[in-house]
Design a protein around this ligand. Structure first.
Ligand SMILES: Cc1ncc(C[n+]2csc(CCOP(=O)(O)OP(=O)(O)O)c2C)c(N)n1
Ligand code: SF4
Ligand SMILES: [Mg+2]
Length: 316
């Protein structure tokens, strides 16, 4: 028999219990996986996205990020189901629109770490415009694209990163359109942090996510993430356990050199893994904060109605 409201135990008032003093931030223990994991992920067994989620939990634990200080945003796709599986504020938003939504959060809540996760379709197909504009505006957030070279959720259509010849439901004879190169795209769009990693190297995923999080600006990480259902073996050539090669960015690569980064991004698959590009540029967050502070300074000492009056006077 199902429980009714009357079965509920009597409520005990929390008002009577002594308030516990808040633990100072530096003495708080990092959140454990149990505290940060929500629903059981519904991805297919073996999907590369599991690795990214596990490393996100690790990042939260390691860097002592609290529930109230992070937000996890995504669009639509298998990879974009990500926020469902995280016990924190977040949203599984509209297909391709995760970045403008995250931009609003980032600009209005500078105290939060804004993390965005999504797929290659979400980022570069329907969300392509937003990718370019969020990058050029240098809005502070960490954007991890789980690139599987296919639309997974909708069961195998060609994506903007699918290689030529890829046979899918939309290209039964093999893809004929030239794929985009996410790294080149990010650099050209003006992203100030551009890195590449792969789900099969967990330590490296964590390293790249951490570096992106520490970057003051738009941090983009392309993470190869195998879709075992619709593109099995796509990234074997980058996985030493499958006979491939995991090449790290050469030690003498200058990450501030845009042309050198572009050249690195032009290498044939499996290419390189690591930080390709990093620039120090004012963020839109800092520019808007300065505009806001200057505007507040102008009306300093005035009452709200006086500010309103001034605005109306200007309209006359
Ligand atoms: C406006 C809109 N158009 C199309 C769709 C259908 N749709 C859902 S997910 C998706 C592609 C997702 O691919 P990707 O971003 O690569 O994610 P993956 O599933 O591969 O992780 C599409 C076309 C949708 N949900 N909304
Ligand atoms: S369909 Fe592909 S991308 Fe989606 S959960 Fe399954 S393996 Fe992962
Ligand atoms: Mg995809």
């Amino acid at each position: 028999m199902s429980a009714t409201l009357t079965d509920a135990p009597p409520r005990t008032s929390s008002i009577t219990s002594a308030p516990t003093a808040p633990v100072p931030s530096d003495q708080r223990k990092g959140l454990s996986k149990k505290e940060i994991a929500a629903d059981h992920p519904t991805w297919c067994p073996g999907c590369g996205d599991f690795s990214v989620l596990a490393l996100y939990f690790k990042l939260i634990e390691k860097r002592k990020l609290w529930h109230e200080k992070i937000t996890t945003i995504a669009g639509i796709g298998c990879s974009s189901r990500f926020p469902y599986f995280v016990q924190a504020h977040g949203a599984h938003y509209i297909h391709g629109r995760a970045l403008p939504f995250a931009s609003g959060i980032s600009l209005s809540r500078p105290d939060l770490h804004v993390f965005v996760f999504g797929g290659d379709g979400d980022a570069f197909s329907i969300g392509g415009n937003h990718f370019n504009h969020t990058a050029r505006k240098n809005i502070k957030m960490t954007y991890v694209v789980m690139d599987n070279w296919v639309y997974g959720l909708t069961k195998k259509q060609t994506s903007p990163t699918s290689p030529l010849g890829f046979k899918s439901k939309t290209d039964t004879w093999g893809a004929v359109d030239y794929p985009i190169n996410p790294m080149k795209q990010a650099i050209a769009a003006g992203a100030t942090f551009v890195a590449r990693t792969t789900h099969s190297n967990p330590n490296h995923v964590l390293q790249m996510m951490e570096a992106a999080m520490d970057h003051d600006g738009f941090g983009f990480v392309e993470c190869l993430s195998e879709c075992v259902e619709f593109y099995e073996g796509a990234f074997d050539a980058s996985n030493p356990r499958k006979g491939g090669a995991f090449n790290v960015v050469p030690a003498d690569h200058d990450v501030t050199d845009e042309m050198a980064a572009y050249k690195l991004a032009d290498e044939a698959f499996p290419g390189y893994f690591g930080i390709f590009y990093k620039a120090t540029k004012p963020t839109k967050n800092s520019k808007e904060a300065a505009i806001g502070a200057a505007a507040r300074e102008k009306v300093k000492g005035l009452k709200d109605w006086q500010i309103l009056q001034k605005t109306f006077d200007k309209l006359k």
